[in-house]
Design a protein around this ligand. Sequence first.
Ligand code: ACM
Length: 535
Amino acid sequence: MATEPPALVPLPAKLTPRDGTFALTPLTRIQSSPALHGLAELLRSYLRPATGLPLSVVEQAPHSRIALAIDPRLAVGDEGYRLTVAPDEIVLRAARDVGVIHGLQTIRQLLPTAVFRRAFVGDIAWTIPCLDIEDRPRFPWRGSHLDVGRHFMPKEFVLKHLDLLALHKLNVFHWHLTEDQGWRIEIKRYPKLTEVGAWRKDSMIAPRTRDPQQRKFSGKPHGGFYTQDDVREVVRYAMDRGITVVPEIELPGHARAAIAAYPELGNSDVPLEVATWWGVFDGIFGVHDRVFEFLEGVLEEVLDLFPSTYIHIGGDEVPKQEWRDNPRAQERMKTLGLANEDELQSWFIRHFDDWLSKRGRRLVGWDEILEGGLAPGATVMSWRGEEGGIAAAKAGHDVVMAPQKPTYLDHSPSELPTEPPGIGGHNSLEDVYQYEPIPRALSSEESKHVLGSQAQIWTEYMPDPKRVEYMAWPRLAALSEVVWSPKDARSWDDFARRLRTHLERLEVLDVNFRGRGNTAPLSDQGGAAPAQSPE
Ligand code: ACM
């Protein structure tokens, strides 16, 4: 019987169909060594609610088993896995735990979509077609950024987003935690960061305009922050699902909320408020000693909370006028023998590159950190096109490709007037799918510096989780295939076919993806708002 190949997203590197099916039954056990019991329990938590089956975890099961095993000699890379589905058993092997986690996601997607329901579903044959899969990612950095500064996103939503990243074998969550419009992470040494900096009086709403006279506001205060215990929960939840959380603490720009909390960190005596509109602000950190003491204090707590090797320090969009006007900044420039304010910014970033390197971490920043000279240990996130990434890779630095076209998901998914307000043109689902993270300008040796790519979710016009999901999905599913699947195996038509089934999964998971009957009513954001439920 000819059947369609399974609708896996992202597409695995190699899949060989076999005859027959495996069926989950009341006798099926999950077999694992004690070291893998955590992952066996994760699999059980994925399968039990909908199937209602016991799926006990045991060290040795005779038949009808799902066996999980680690074999460090298995040649599948750090994150790869081998999966064999035979009529009487499923065997999932990997060299490391994270490979097992990715294999579990494949098993979930091989089962009927109803497996994603969270309560018992009757009258379903829980079968999987027999096959062999050998799978591994194309890139080690496969990410989603999320800006929680412009709009605070509740912790429960962050956890849901992490579940979705895991389902798509995405392994980096870039948590953009500080902004002009809100500081979102509790820092014990500096309580005013969240007492003052996490709250603003108002929020700009659409239409997007640079003209202050034309700006419209919601008229409502907005705010929120994550406690350190919340952060620990998020980091651990991510880790248990194979995801590294890379925190971003913006410096020296996008710092208005911090300066509103501690005015002595700025360059002027005029007090600042937490920003209420969107744009690039003059209020940046000063370059006096107090600022470095403060930022090191913040980063010490950040390093305690986040085990990630990479720590993002922002570095983007820094207007230098305040440094030009500030005698202390000019004095510092002169003492250091720096030619201009770009070099002053470079010196600022180098200080933190050095500081992080001494602590066994690596600095990552937006591509403006190239201006005035790149810090020796820095990894560059290329957002203003690919040029910054190309220059950095040619200079021997690692890069993450994050160009606005097409990885910015704040850009509209289409040109339709019914779309919610976006920023900067549009990136269609197919644009994202067709993206190639290795620029042609790089030699094969230089291209080894491309760690991968990630989607950017800036939330100026995404006031709540529903809107984030509308903008993120299914474009993030397309990106997952860009960064996971072999380049030559990718096919837009085949993705579109698999996406039909995949959207059914996202629907069961209550994801407000675009296309889920949600393009109609106008909201106070000045565009089409997602409906509360499918029509
Ligand atoms: C950015 O979009 N400012 C990195």
